[in-house]
Design a protein around this ligand. Structure first.
Ligand code: ADP
Length: 303
């Protein structure tokens, strides 16, 4: 049985790079094109697996040319794909991304098979979910499906409430850890996040019923609070030259899960410090899943 079960999205990112973004109706000649594997759920699962976590993914792929390729991509890093379902007559989730030299971008996402991840899929994976040490969910697949999985899970339930959206109150009392970035924390609390009001925001999020809250702060690391002692902690990360921060939050979530199950006796601030180190390493390389590090001794350092 897998220790870490991720229920969530898979997507293929098609990215074009051009001097500027096209105007409506305009055709532009670009200078670079990349295809990469993404989707928050799969990113988190791959991040956990690359660090040595025993992982399983519950997701939907389309029956187009990308479905099988995506499954192979997951298997190559050791993810168990028994519960990866290829869905007939639907496309695999994709994102079409245009990037201008200024760094500005335009993105069209077609969720495709991700929208078909159902409560029935959760029921079919009930054994896997109930026996997992950690179940991870996000908000790129149907909310009711993630909610059902969290209701079933007996281990830790880690919700990465991303992308930012409201209307998720019902799931928060089931969460062992709610993990969000600054814009997501702002949206959930209706308060503009600033470091000086971090403690108030952490406490406000704790009042939603979850057992603990982590807010990741990009280059400033992360803050954490737990219902047990209500003592906020700020864990800092290393200063690095960031090249590509895409998927940093997903690296953090995946690493957090692996370290939670591997180092059950370590205090939470050390687990968070190690997860920050993984996410920070990922921003020093281009790409998302390809930028996540393989197993290394994250606890050589003191946090
Ligand atoms: P998201 O990708 O969800 O917006 P964040 O930007 O908060 O999440 O980043 C998550 C983690 O990635 C941070 O806690 C930090 O460890 C690392 N990180 C992100 N950006 C940087 C950066 N510029 N320098 C160093 N570490 C970073």
């Amino acid at each position: 049985m897998s220790q870490i079960v991720v229920i969530g999205s898979c997507g293929v990112d098609f990215t074009t790079y051009a001097p500027r973004l096209p105007k409506p109706g305009e055709t532009l000649i670009g200078n670079k094109f990349t295809t990469s594997y993404g989707g928050k759920g799969a990113n988190q699962c791959v991040a956990a697996a690359k660090l040595g976590g025993k992982t399983s993914m519950i997701c939907r792929l389309g029956n187009d040319q990308w479905g099988d390729k995506y499954r192979d991509n997951l298997e190559q890093v050791g993810v168990d794909t028994t519960h990866v379902k290829i869905t007939p007559n639907v496309t695999t989730g994709i994102a079409q991304i245009s990037v201008a030299e200024s760094g500005e971008n335009q993105i069209v996402i077609v969720p495709g098979a991700n929208s078909y991840l159902s409560i029935e899929d959760v029921k079919n994976s009930a054994d896997l979910i109930t026996n997992a040490d950690v179940v991870i969910g996000q908000l790129e697949t149907p909310f009711e499906t993630t909610l059902e999985a969290f209701k079933l899970a007996k281990g830790l339930k880690l919700l990465n409430a991303a992308p930012a959206r409201s209307g998720i109150k019902e799931i928060l009392p089931y969460c062992s850890i709610l993990c969000v970035n600054e814009p997501e924390a702002s949206l959930l609390t209706n308060t503009e996040f600033e470091i000086k009001n971090a403690v108030a925001i952490l406490k406000q999020l704790l009042e939603t019923g979850c057992e603990s809250v982590i807010i990741t702060l990009g280059p400033e690391g992360a803050v954490y609070i737990s219902k047990i002692d209500q003592q906020p902690v700020h864990v800092f990360c290393e200063r690095v030259n960031a090249i590509d921060t895409t998927g940093a939050g997903d690296a953090f979530v995946g690493a957090l899960a692996t370290y939670l199950v591997t180092y059950k006796d370590k205090p939470m601030h050390q687990i968070i410090g190690a997860a920050c180190q993984v996410a920070t390493m990922s921003v020093t390389k281009e790409g998302t899943q390809t930028s996540y590090p393989r197993k290394f001794d994250a606890f050589k350092k003191e946090y």
